[in-house]
Design a protein around this ligand. Structure first.
Ligand code: LUZ
Ligand code: MOS
Length: 754
C-alpha cells in the first residue's frame, strides 16, 4: 500500500496545524523569553508593550491558576520563569494580541533587567560544580577491577558528540479553543497528546477530562515534540482560560531554534582492553550528558545511552557510568535514537582508536566481537534472535568488504590530493520504551451500519507513515478494501492515556491494540454469519468483503453482514488494549529485560575526500537491514533513508554552537546547515535481510523509526579513515561532527604554517 498521505501532501491538501481554519475572535500569542542564560529578574516593565494598540494582554507566572510546573519526569521546570532565569530562550511571558505581527512588535517594547549569575555551558564543568540533574547511574557486567590484567592491549581516550537541532519542517505550535462549561479543546503539533492534556490540566488546576487534545498530523517531530510541544499548547490553553477566546501560539523558526532543546551533546571518556586474539575483554566509560537547565526527558535519554553503550558487541567486563549535567542551555530532549547514538559513538571511537594503534582494519575488530545469541547485555537481558553474523555475511557476499577495501587502497596509492575512505557501522537497537509502564496502547474501532469503518488509535502521524500501517492492519484483519476505512485524528477523548508516539514503538503498540480490537469484532461478525447461514463458527471465513462457508462463497457480503449484526443488536464498536508482555526492569539492580526485541543492521559507508579543500562526498552507503517481515517496504525504506541522512548530518555538518554565555550562535538556517540533495550519498542501497520476523513486532514487521539513524555514525569513521590515508600522523580527536574545517585541521594539523 502506498503511503495514504502522499496525494494530500503533494497537492497541498493535507492539514497541518496552520491549515486549521481560524475562528473569528482568535488571538495570537508570542512568547517573551530570557535574553540572559542565568540570573535574577530584578524588574520587568510591560507597560509600553501593553500600550500598543491591538495588544490584548500579557500573561506571566502570576496568571497561572494551578501549579507553575511542566516537568514530565522531575518537577523542576516552570512554564514561565518567575524570579530566576536559567537559559537564553526561557519563557517569561506570553504576549497575546490581535495578530502575531502586533505581538512581535510588542515584544520589542518589553523592558527587563536581570542581575547576571555565572553561566555554565560545559557538562564537565557542571559536574565539577556538583550541578547534576539527578544522581549518576552505572551499568556493570562481569569483574571490571580484575579484567584489565588479562588485557594485552589497553587504550584510553575521549569521545565527544555534539547536539542536533530537530528542524522539523513544521515549527512548534498549538491552537486552543474554548468549549462550553470551561472545557478547552487544543489542536497541537505534538507527539504526546496525553502529556499536553495532563500538563494543561495541572497548570489550570482542573481535571484532565476538561481538556481535549486533537492531533491531525505533524510536519515532523523526531523527538522534538515528544515533550517540548507541551509548553506552547499549555500557554494557548491558559490564554483561553483567561480570555475565553481562541488562542493560537505558533513559534517562528528563529524563536523555535532559540527556545527549544535539542539532541544532548555528550562528552565521554573510554578505556578499552583487548586480549591477544583481539577479543574485547574490558570496557569502561564515563558519559557526561549536557542536559541543559532542567530534566525534561534527560533521565530516560541517559538510560538509553547506557543500554546501547556496547552497541553490537559482546564484552564480558563492562562498567559504564553516566552523569546528567545541569547547564545553562535550553533543556535538551528526545531526538531520534534517544541517547543510543551518543553511547554507540563512544564505543565506535574506542574501536577505531584500538584498530589504529594495533595497525589492523577496524572491521576485523568489529566482526571479531559481534554479539551472539545467549550473550548477556550489561543490563542483564540475554540476547536472542541476533542477526548480526548473518547480516555481516550478507554484507560480505553482496557488497564485498575486502574488495571495497582493496579498491580504496589502490585508489589512494594512485591519488595524492584525493583520498577515499570507508567504514562499517553495525547497529543493535532495543525496541520498547525503557520505562516498562509506557509500553501500552489502545485503539477504538467503529463499524458503521453501512459497513464502513472508523479507526482511532493513540498513534500520531508525523510523516513516518504510521497511519498507513494502521489502515493496513484494519484492512487485513477485516479483509475489506482499505477505501472503506477511515483513520481518525489522534484525540484524547477517543483514545485516552496514550504514550507519546516515540521509541520506534508506535506501530507495534498501537497496531497490536488495533489488531486485537479488529479480531474481537471479526469474531462477533463471524458468529452472526454462522447463525444466519446455519453453520458452525469455525467454518466461516471473510475474504475481500465476502463471506465463505467451508471455503465456498455465499451470497452474503460484508456490508449485509454488518447491517444484519446491527439489527440483531450486536455491538459494532470495540476498544483494543495492548501491553507488551515479558518486559521488565529493576532500576535498583540496573538489571532486567527491558526490550521486547532488538533491530539489527550494518552499513558500509564510502567517502571521497578533497584533500586540498577539506570537503567530502559520500559515494555510497550500502546497508543490510533486519526488517523482520516488512509490512510496507516503501514506508520502511523511506524511514531507513531519512534516518541515515539525519544521522549523517549529525555526524558531519550540523554544527550546533553556543558561546560561553549560553547564546545560540547557530541560530538561523544560514548558520546551521542540514543535509540537502547535494550532500546526500550518491548511492544508498538497502538490502533487506531475509528472516522469519519477530512475533513481538506488528505483523512480524520490526520497528524502523530510530535504528537507521545510527548508520549515519559510519560517516564519521569513513571520513576519519580517508583523513588518515592522507595524513598518517593524524591523531583522531573523536569530536563529532566532522566538519570540513575539522577535516582540514586533520589533514594539515601537524604542519606549521608559520
Ligand atoms: N522516549 C521515551 C523514547 O520516553 N522512552 C524511550 O525509551 C524512548 N526511546 C526512544 C525514543 N524515545
Ligand atoms: Mo522519539 S526520540 O522516539 O520521540
Amino acid at each position: 500500500m502506498k503511503n495514504i498521505d502522499s496525494k494530500g501532501h503533494v497537492t497541498g491538501k493535507s492539514i497541518y496545524l496552520d491549515d486549521i481554519s481560524i475562528i473569528k475572535g482568535t488571538r495570537f500569542g508570542v512568547v517573551f523569553d530570557s535574553p540572559i542564560a542565568h540570573g535574577t529578574i530584578t524588574s520587568v516593565d510591560y507597560s509600553k508593550a501593553l500600550a500598543l494598540p491591538g495588544v490584548v494582554t500579557i500573561l506571566t507566572h502570576e496568571d497561572i491558576p494551578g501549579g507553575n510546573q511542566i516537568g514530565g519526569i522531575i518537577p523542576d521546570e516552570p512554564l514561565f520563569a518567575s524570579t530566576e532565569v536559567h537559559f537564553v530562550g526561557q519563557p517569561i511571558a506570553l504576549i497575546i494580541a490581535e495578530s502575531d505581527q502586533i505581538a512581535f512588535k510588542a515584544r520589542k517594547r518589553i523592558e527587563i533587567e536581570i542581575s547576571k549569575k555565572s553561566v555554565i555551558v560545559n557538562p564537565r564543568e557542571a559536574k565539577q560544580n556538583d550541578q547534576l540533574i539527578f544522581p549518576p547511574r552505572t551499568f556493570e557486567l562481569g569483574d571490571m577491577k580484575n579484567s584489565w590484567k588479562d588485557c594485552a592491549h589497553i587504550f584510553e581516550g575521549q569521545a565527544d558528540s555534539n547536539g542536533q537541532e530537530h528542524l522539523y519542517i513544521e515549527t512548534q505550535g498549538a491552537y486552543a479553543i474554548p468549549m462550553e462549561n470551561g472545557h478547552i479543546r487544543i489542536s497541537s503539533s505534538t507527539q504526546g497528546p496525553t502529556s499536553v492534556q495532563k500538563t494543561t490540566a495541572n497548570i489550570l488546576g482542573i481535571g484532565m477530562n476538561k481538556i481535549e487534545v486533537d492531533v491531525v498530523r505533524l510536519g515532523g517531530g523526531f523527538g522534538g515534540k515528544e515533550d517540548q510541544a507541551t509548553p506552547w499548547a499549555v500557554m494557548a490553553a491558559l490564554g483561553v482560560f483567561i480570555l475565553n477566546s481562541p488562542v493560537k501560539v505558533v513559534l517562528s523558526r528563529l524563536d523555535d531554534m532559540r527556545m527549544t532543546g535539542k539532541r544532548h551533546p555528550y562528552s565521554s571518556d573510554y578505556k578499552i582492553g583487548l586480549s591477544n586474539d583481539l577479543k574485547i575483554m574490558a570496557y569502561e566509560t564515563t558519559f557526561h550528558q549536557n542536559a541543559g537547565a532542567s530534566a525534561d526527558l534527560s533521565p530516560a535519554v541517559l538510560e538509553r545511552t547506557l543500554f546501547h553503550g556496547t552497541n553490537s558487541y559482546f564484552i564480558p567486563n563492562v562498567k559504564m557510568t553516566a552523569y546528567s549535567c545541569k547547564t545553562n542551555l535550553p533543556p535538551n530532549t528526545a531526538f531520534r535514537g534517544f541517547g543510543g547514538p551518543q553511547g554507540m559513538f563512544v564505543i565506535e571511537s574506542a574501536l577505531s582508536h584500538a584498530a589504529e594503534e594495533l595497525g589492523i582494519s577496524k572491521h576485523e575488530l568489529q566482526k571479531n566481537n559481534l554479539l551472539k545469541n545467549g550473550d548477556e547485555f550489561p543490563y542483564g537481558q540475554i540476547a536472542d534472535g541476533v542477526e548480526l553474523n548473518s547480516i555481516w555475511q550478507n554484507m560480505e557476499s553482496k557488497f564485498h568488504i575486502e574488495t571495497v577495501e582493496k579498491e580504496i587502497q589502490k585508489f589512494n596509492s594512485n591519488h595524492s590530493n584525493v583520498k577515499k575512505g570507508f567504514s562499517l557501522m553495525p547497529i543493535s537497537f532495543g525496541i520498547s520504551f525503557t520505562k516498562t509502564p509506557m509500553n501500552q496502547a489502545r485503539a477504538l474501532v467503529h463499524i458503521y451500519t453501512d459497513g464502513s469503518v472508523g479507526v482511532s488509535t493513540g498513534a500520531v502521524e508525523m510523516g513516518q507513515g504510521v497511519n498507513t500501517k494502521m489502515l493496513q492492519i484494519a484492512a487485513q484483519t477485516f479483509s475489506i478494501d482499505p477505501k472503506h476505512i477511515k483513520l481518525e485524528s489522534t484525540n484524547t477523548t477517543r483514545v485516552a492515556n496514550t504514550s507519546p508516539s516515540a521509541a520506534s514503538a508506535t506501530a507495534d503498540l498501537n497496531g497490536k491494540a488495533l489488531e486485537k480490537a479488529c479480531n474481537a469484532l471479526m469474531k462477533r461478525l463471524k458468529s452472526c454469519a454462522a447463525n444466519h447461514l446455519n453453520v458452525s463458527l469455525v467454518d466461516v471465513t471473510l475474504k475481500n468483503g465476502l463471506i465463505y462457508t467451508n471455503g465456498n462463497k455465499t451470497d452474503l457480503t460484508w456490508d449485509q453482514l454488518v447491517t444484519m449484526a446491527f439489527l440483531k443488536r450486536i455491538c459494532l464498536t470495540e476498544n483494543g488494549h495492548y501491553a507488551t508482555p515479558t518486559i521488565h526492569f529493576d532500576m535498583k539492580k540496573e538489571k532486567g529485560h527491558p526490550f521486547s526485541y532488538h533491530v539489527y543492521g550494518l552499513a558500509l559507508t564510502e567517502v571521497t575526500l578533497d584533500c586540498v579543500r577539506g570537503t567530502y562526498d559520500f559515494d555510497a552507503v550500502k546497508i543490510v537491514h533486519d526488517f523482520g517481515k516488512t509490512m510496507n517496504p516503501s514506508v520502511d525504506f523511506g524511514q531507513i533513508e531519512g534516518g541515515l541522512i539525519q544521522g549523517m548530518g549529525w555526524m558531519t555538518m550540523e554544527d550546533l554552537r553556543y558561546n560561553d554565555q549560553g547564546q545560540l550562535l547557530s541560530n538561523t538556517l544560514s548558520t546551521y546547515k542540514i543535509p540537502d540533495i547535494y550532500s546526500v550519498p550518491k548511492d544508498v542501497i538497502i538490502e533487506p535481510l531475509e528472516t522469519e520476523g519477530n512475533e513481538m513486532a506488528i505483523l512480524k514487521s520490526k520497528a524502523v523509526g530510530e535504528p537507521p539513524l545510527m548508520y549515519g555514525i559510519g560517516a564519521y569513521f569513513a571520513i576519519e579513515n580517508a583523513v588518515r590515508a592522507f595524513n598518517p600522523n593524524f591523531n583522531s580527536t573523536f569530536d563529532a561532527p566532522f566538519t570540513h574545517e575539522k577535516v582540514l585541521m586533520g589533514l594539515y594539523g601537524s604542519i606549521d604554517f608559520e
